[in-house]
Design a protein around this ligand. Structure first.
Ligand SMILES: Cc1cc2nc3c(=O)[nH]c(=O)nc-3n(C[C@H](O)[C@H](O)[C@H](O)COP(=O)(O)OP(=O)(O)OC[C@H]3O[C@@H](n4cnc5c(N)ncnc54)[C@H](O)[C@@H]3O)c2cc1C
Length: 396
């Protein structure tokens, strides 16, 4: 079906009129799913309309201007950004029926269990093992830095099923019910004082074979889909011009400008203007790379937005700290690393601390540069001496 932007906008306005901008999260998002306006490039009956992914921005735009409360993917960032496209691409019809809509509505929060204590950037070398036992697999091992695991109903789990073959060929990818017996989730506290992520221990965890995504040994290919979508999801906001992180800086600039000396004012004006321009470039680039994410398989161009937005975010929060001066050293009651989280208010100094993770999470900036160098610019590849060696023979 060829559907125009004007029709999509009209359908979105009709949805809002019928359900109401103030409807609850699950009610509104269920109706959005049924209307095919959840992920417009997905098949009809599965949250989409088989339409161009470029039209999704028009839907977001309409929902935002209508004041719909629950339109952000942040209600379930890993599930919506990475789980949905992976399940859509590699899942069976039964997986689609069970999971897609509940991820979108936020009824089931999802997490991603790839990183391990010794394998982050080199995730293909991971060591957690799954061994087949009839219609089930038995998993033992450990994951780390698993965001939102403590809230999650399901997780995307990458494990080694064959140590006899090279590292990329012996992996398999499962959907894990996080309430399974033998899953031990322990929070890890960050520099912000929050525990967004966790370490997870698996002790003889049983997973039904039917929870496999893709084939046995095909886990790397499935994981690549998840990772490419992660980079698009993390790659900056498509919110309106001048909003998002840069809005915090421009608001603070307006508040502080009168108190700056003329020299500091000139220098800071240049810096704020430059960061505003860079924000707009990243926003437009992100819109282009999201528009390419047809049916869940974006290419390496997602790494452009991820790299640029991570580094820009840090530059913006550094400028915010410089403008705050000594006030930037003040933190919320309960800091540091208090288990009494006290995080209800929006804190600029906390956002600055949180931004330090931007160039690590979802793949470091070094890894993004490697991907872009090799896969977009065609430069010579990184050194990979273990690529053809059986995983069990790689020295640890
Ligand atoms: C806030 C946050 C949330 C996260 N959430 C999740 C999550 O939900 N699920 C999950 O699975 N993981 C998650 N992670 C983990 C994240 O993916 C890893 O931290 C990241 O991939 C880096 O791995 P590492 O920490 O093991 O660092 P390492 O891989 O040990 O890297 C150390 C340093 O070496 C550099 N380096 C490594 N290899 C190369 C290379 N080939 N070329 C050049 N430089 C290289 C890196 O850039 C880095 O500077 C999260 C991390 C953070 C900070």
């Amino acid at each position: 079906m060829t559907i125009t932007e004007a029709e999509i906008r009209e359908r979105t306005r009709t949805l809002v009129a019928e359900v109401g901008a103030d409807a609850g999260q699950v009610e509104f998002r269920s109706a959005q799913w049924r209307a095919g306006l959840a992920a417009v490039q997905y098949p009809e009956g599965k949250g989409g309309l088989d339409a161009s992914p470029k039209l999704q921005t028009a839907i977001e735009d309409e929902l935002r201007s209508a004041g719909v409360k629950h339109h952000s993917m942040l209600i379930n960032p890993i599930g919506i950004g990475m789980g949905m496209p992976t399940v859509l691409t590699y899942g069976t019809n039964e997986h689609h029926e069970t999971h897609l809509k509940r991820i979108f509505t936020g009824e089931d929060i999802w997490c991603q269990m790839f990183s391990e204590p010794t394998h982050g950037s080199d995730v293909a070398g991971l060591a957690s093992r799954a061994v087949r036992d009839g219609d089930e697999w038995i998993v033992n091992g450990q994951k780390v830095w698993t965001s939102l695991a403590h809230h999650s109903a399901y997780g995307m789990l990458l494990v080694r099923t064959d140590p006899e073959v090279p590292k990329h060929k012996g992996l398999s990818y499962f959907i894990l019910d996080m309430k399974s017996r033998g899953v031990d989730i322990r929070p890890l506290y960050q520099i912000t004082g929050d525990a967004e992520f966790n370490e997870i221990f698996f002790d003889d965890v049983r997973i039904p074979h039917s929870n496999l995504l893709g084939d046995v040994g095909d886990g790397w290919r499935v994981a690549t889909t998840t990772l490419m979508n992660e980079r698009v999801a993390l790659g900056g906001s498509t919110a309106p011009k001048g909003s998002g992180t840069i809005a915090s800086l421009t608001a603070l600039w307006e508040q502080k400008v009168g108190s700056l000396s003329s020299g500091a004012r000139e220098a800071m004006r240049d810096r704020v203007s430059q960061l505003w321009i860079e924000s707009e470039i990243v926003r437009l680039t992100t819109m282009r790379s999201r528009a390419n994410a047809a049916s869940g398989n974006p290419g390496p161009e997602g790494s452009v937005g991820k790299l640029a937005s991570a580094e820009l975010n840090q530059k913006i929060w550094n400028a915010v700290m410089d403008l705050l001066g000594s006030d930037g050293m003040l933190h919320e009651p309960g800091y540091p690393l208090s288990r009494n989280r006290g995080t209800s208010g929006y804190s600029l100094s906390k956002a600055f601390l949180r931004s330090q993770a931007n160039t690590i999470e979802g793949g470091t900036s070094d890894i993004m540069r490697n991907i872009l160098g090799e896969r977009v610019l065609g430069l010579p590849g990184d050194v990979r001496v273990d690529k053809e060696v059986a995983w069990k023979d790689i020295p640890s």
